[in-house]
Ligand binder design. Structure first.
Ligand SMILES: CC(C)(COP(=O)(O)OP(=O)(O)OC[C@H]1O[C@@H](n2cnc3c(N)ncnc32)[C@H](O)[C@@H]1OP(=O)(O)O)[C@@H](O)C(=O)NCCC(=O)NCCS
Length: 189
C-alpha cells in the first residue's frame, strides 16, 4: 500500500525543471545573492576564498542551474591552482572547486549533484588532472572525492584536514604532490 501511495504522490508532485548552463554576466547578482543566503556573510573569510580573490574562474568552468524561467538557482565554479609540487619539483596544475550552492527552496532535487557531475565532466573534457575542494566528505564522496590524495597538501590558511578532498581525473595525477595550494588562474581586470 505504501508503495502505491508513494507512486501516486510522485505522480502528482510538482516537477522541477532545471537546466545546467554556463554562467553569464547576467547571472552574477543572482549568484551572489544565492551564496550569501546559502553560506552567510562569513563565506568571504574562508581559506578557499583567498585563492579565488581577484581571479577569474577556470575557462568554461563557471556553471549555473537555471529554473524554468532561466533564473539561476544553483552555482558551482572551479579555479586554476597549483597543488604543491611533484616529486621532480614541478608545480602540479589542478582545479579548486567551490563554492557549490543550491537555492534552499530547490534543495534535495538532485540539482547539486547535476552541477557536480557537469563540472567534473567539463573539467575532464578540458584535460584537467584533478579537482580539490574543502567540504563535507559525506556529500562529496558520492562523486569520488576523498581525503586520501591531499595528505601532503595544505590550504593557505586554516582548514580541517578531513574536509580537504580531492578527485583525480587522471589516475595518479596527485601522486607525490606536496606543498601549498596557490592560485594560478587569470587575474580579474
Ligand atoms: C550541499 C548542497 C549544494 C546540495 O544541493 P542539493 O541540490 O540539495 O543536492 P542533491 O539534491 O544533489 O543531493 C541531496 C542529497 O545530499 C545530501 N546532502 C546535502 N548536504 C549534505 C552534507 N553537507 N553532507 C551529507 N549529505 C548532504 C542530502 O541529504 C541528500 O541526500 P539523499 O539524496 O540521500 O536524500 C545544498 O544543500 C547547499 O547549497 N547547501 C548550502 C551550501 C553548502 O553547504 N555548500 C556545500 C559546501 S560543503
Amino acid at each position: 500500500m505504501a508503495t502505491v501511495l508513494d507512486s501516486v504522490r510522485a505522480f502528482f508532485a510538482p516537477v522541477t525543471t532545471y537546466t545546467i548552463d554556463a554562467e553569464t554576466p547576467a547571472d552574477v547578482v543572482a549568484r551572489e545573492t544565492l551564496l550569501d543566503r546559502a553560506m552567510g556573510p562569513d563565506r568571504r573569510k574562508k581559506s578557499s576564498e583567498k585563492i579565488r580573490r581577484n581571479r577569474l574562474p577556470a575557462e568554461g568552468l563557471a556553471l549555473v542551474a537555471r529554473d524554468a524561467h532561466g533564473h539561476a538557482i544553483g552555482t558551482v565554479r572551479l579555479w586554476n591552482v597549483e597543488a604543491g609540487i611533484s616529486m621532480d619539483g614541478t608545480p602540479v596544475d589542478a582545479l579548486l572547486l567551490g563554492p557549490l550552492a543550491v537555492d534552499s527552496s530547490f534543495e534535495g532535487k538532485g540539482i547539486g549533484g547535476a552541477l557536480m557531475r557537469a563540472a567534473i565532466m567539463e573539467a575532464t573534457h578540458r584535460g584537467h588532472g584533478a579537482v580539490l575542494l574543502v567540504g563535507d566528505a559525506a556529500y562529496y564522496e558520492r562523486f569520488g572525492f576523498s581525503a586520501r590524495k591531499t595528505q601532503h597538501l595544505v590550504m593557505p590558511g586554516p582548514f580541517q584536514r578531513a574536509r580537504f578532498l580531492a578527485l583525480e581525473l587522471k589516475a595518479g595525477w596527485l601522486d607525490g604532490a606536496v606543498g601549498m595550494i596557490v592560485a594560478s588562474g587569470r587575474k580579474l581586470g
